[in-house]
Design a protein around this ligand. Structure first.
Ligand SMILES: [Ca+2]
Ligand SMILES: [Ca+2]
Ligand SMILES: [Ca+2]
Ligand SMILES: [Ca+2]
Length: 653
């Protein structure tokens, strides 16, 4: 809802009146009321392990107005019916509010009958709800969809969308007017064929244009599908199931160099990433693991050794996964590598790798010790024993509590509906898992402490996360293989501080993919990176969000651009969104726009309000002033009103 100047020209009293109006207006789900001071909040954060005080992850899907159903065959007699459902956060209209794209997939029967499945784009309405804009945007029927990745291939500032398909890839150019154009053919990407799964933008040669890597999974033809239960590789614990991937032929991978003119050239072989062994590739992510200035590439291979391609800086890569100890598990087993989360969970400045796996296996955490040395910490961290019953997919190191330490989140769900009819220690629908970062390399399973939403068994696949409502809280969007997605919102948070950065490259690729940000707030030193894709075939928000615990300032922020340039920003106020442009520093900053977090940060702020026929005068707004109001929307509107009507605004904190 927009507030116009004429609706509120009378100053403070009117501010209050409008706020009262907002407090009565229907709004999205009610966030919790902050109840603690900053000092108390630190105490709460430190002692967060009791269920009674623990923040909750609440299912807010119904209130968002999002209605989407991922199609799937009930029996999933073929592997191609089990692997879809990547979700992408993409602010396609650049209004500063993340929008959501869900991929969709047919069943074999639908495909053979010529029927399509509708993927969907939902526009963020800024009020907690979303509108289906798929038809106008023209992104409903790219293909038999798998995953989605965001990159700006033509550097025009408008984020473009890559969809991976059972049948190649589709590149949608964002036209900047709410519509997209399928430019796959003119971009030279229609040659991509086979079962594309992981797609990731990354400027591996540093020419300022994001290149595209595409992993491929199983070589499969609808005309020649392996019959359900037909061989030893089509059985699981003695029951008949779909065939694959073991026993089937894999497909090679592709790297497409961006020519800078809207076209791409396949350089897979010359670059050394073509996967001549035809492994079963799934998720792909770019990052500079060894911090030598050259972008490296990690690819999960299902049931086979992963690839860690080290970039030698001359356009060539070498797979060093075995040398780096990230190819297989510590006991030498080739696990069913699915989704990838990258995160600096120990605050070393290096990205470790977390990978989800099949049931009877365990999720793997490879700690990055630098110089391409990784250590399997799956057991030492406490994660492995808690994950063996699950088939894991989308994952993420997510600081959903704004403590400054990322917890570990993963979704699960089997590929065989048939397991429900047999006593094999696992079920088709499975709960999500959440592990608390204990700051010492260990994680604690807190899945049962954060409310019922994540314990509901589902057939999870993609996970994307970001601050959907610009209030300083990170929402988690989960796309399921069967049925509706789930959006989880943190509620009941301690009023911890946070800071958010949106980066724009000039010399570097414009979306600043793989720009790295290091923030120092007191003793809290965190590193984040802008990444295209990851999790399971999914795309997180491109803005970098850091929880800050009790710190209300960030003393130092180093931005390392892909160009190699390092910019240092000093003494930034917390609880704001900063836009940073390469070579120009901060070009804009904004307070949160709504809900709980803005309340938490503004309740003791000194604000200035212009009274009618009087000069500006100070008004100290106290917590007691607000506490009686039920609707947190009010607080966001307050921030806007104060900004609009005051000669000084809250940005001078
Ligand atoms: Ca938007
Ligand atoms: Ca673009
Ligand atoms: Ca490039
Ligand atoms: Ca490197």
């Amino acid at each position: 809802m927009r507030v116009t100047q004429t609706s509120c020209g009378a100053g403070a009293v009117c501010v209050l009146a409008v706020c009262l109006f907002y407090s009565q207006s229907p709004a999205k789900p009610k966030p919790q009321k902050p109840t603690a001071t900053s000092a108390q909040s630190s105490a709460r954060t430190a002692d967060s392990s009791t269920a009674s005080s623990f923040p909750q992850l609440v299912d807010i899907t119904a209130s968002t107005g999002i209605h989407f159903e991922h199609l799937s065959s009930p029996e999933q007699r073929y592997i191609v019916e089990s692997m879809s459902a990547g979700v992408a956060l993409i602010d396609y209209d650049r209004d500063g509010w993340p929008d959501i794209y869900f991929t969709n997939a047919q069943s074999v029967a639908m495909a053979l009958a010529g029927k399509k499945a509708r993927s969907a784009l939902f526009h963020n309405n800024h009020d907690g709800t979303f509108t289906d804009v798929t038809d106008k945007a023209g992104v409903g029927y790219p293909c038999w969809g798998m995953g989605a990745a965001v990159g700006d291939y033509n550097n025009d500032g408008w984020p473009d969308l890559l969809v991976t398909c059972f049948g190649g890839v589709v590149l949608y150019r964002n036209n900047g007017d709410g519509t997209f154009t399928d430019v796959t053919r003119q971009a030279g990407l229609s040659q991509d064929s086979g079962w594309a799964t992981g797609g990731a933008f990354g400027d591996y040669d540093g020419d300022g244009f994001a290149d595209i890597f595409v992993s491929h999974y199983v070589a499969l033809s609808l005309d020649d599908l392996p019959a359900f239960g037909s061989s030893k590789t089509c059985q699981y614990h003695g029951i008949n199931v779909q065939c694959g991937p073991r026993g089937l032929k894999g497909s090679p991978d592709n790297l497409y160099h961006n020519n800078g003119n809207g076209t791409f050239t396949d350089v897979s072989r010359s670059a050394g990433v073509s996967d001549p062994e035809n492994r079963f590739g799934l998720t792909a992510v770019w990052t500079d693991f060894d911090l030598d200035g050259h972008l490296d590439l990690f690819v999960t291979n299902d049931g086979q050794p992963n690839y860690l391609y080290r970039n030698d800086g001359s356009g060539h890569f070498k797979d060093i996964a075995f040398l780096a100890d990230v190819a297989v598990s510590q006991d030498g087993v080739e696990q069913a590598n699915m989704g990838v989360a990258l995160g600096d969970y120990l605050h070393t400045g290096r990205f470790s790798i977390f990978i989800t796996h099949f049931s009877d296996e365990y999720a793997v955490l490879y700690r990055n010790d630098g110089d391409m040395n990784f250590v399997d910490e799956s057991y030492a961290s406490g994660i492995a024993p808690r994950t063996t019953a699950y088939v894991g997919w989308g994952d993420g190191f997510i600081d959903w509590r704004n403590t400054g330490w990322s917890d570990l989140f993963m979704v699960n769900g089997h590929v065989y509906p048939q397991v429900d009819t047999a006593d094999v220690g696992t079920k088709y629908r499975q709960p999500m898992l959440l592990f608390e970062n204990l700051h010492n390399g260990k994680f604690k399973d807190i899945s049962k402490l954060v409310g019922p939403a994540i314990q509901v068994p589902r057939v999870g696949r993609g996970v994307a996360y970001g601050d959907l409502f610009n209030d300083g809280r990170i929402e988690i969007v989960v796309e399921n293989l069967t049925g509706e997605p789930v959006i989880l919102q943190p509620q009941g948070l301690a009023p911890n501080h946070w800071i958010s950065f949106e980066l724009e490259g000039t010399q570097s690729n414009r979306l600043a993919l793989n720009a790295r940000v290091r923030t120092t707030a007191g003793d809290l030193v965190q590193t984040g990176e802008v990444v295209s894709n990851g999790s399971y075939l999914s795309q997180p928000d491109l803005r970098l969000h850091f929880g800050l615990g009790g710190h209300d300032r960030v003393q130092k922020t180093d931005v390392t651009w892909p160009s190699g340039k390092v910019e240092t920003l000093t003494n930034l106020a917390a609880d704001r969104f900063y836009k940073v442009k390469e070579g120009k520093g901060i070009i804009a900053s904004e307070p949160p726009r709504s809900t709980e977090a803005s309340f938490a940060v503004s309740w003791e702020s000194k604000v200035w309000v212009r009274l009618p026929h009087a000069s500006a005068m100070p008004l100290q707004i106290r917590s007691s002033f607000f506490i009686g109001f039920q609707r947190r929307r009010f607080c966001g509107e307050k921030s806007r009103l104060v900004k609009r009507y005051s000669p000084l605004n809250t940005s001078n904190r």
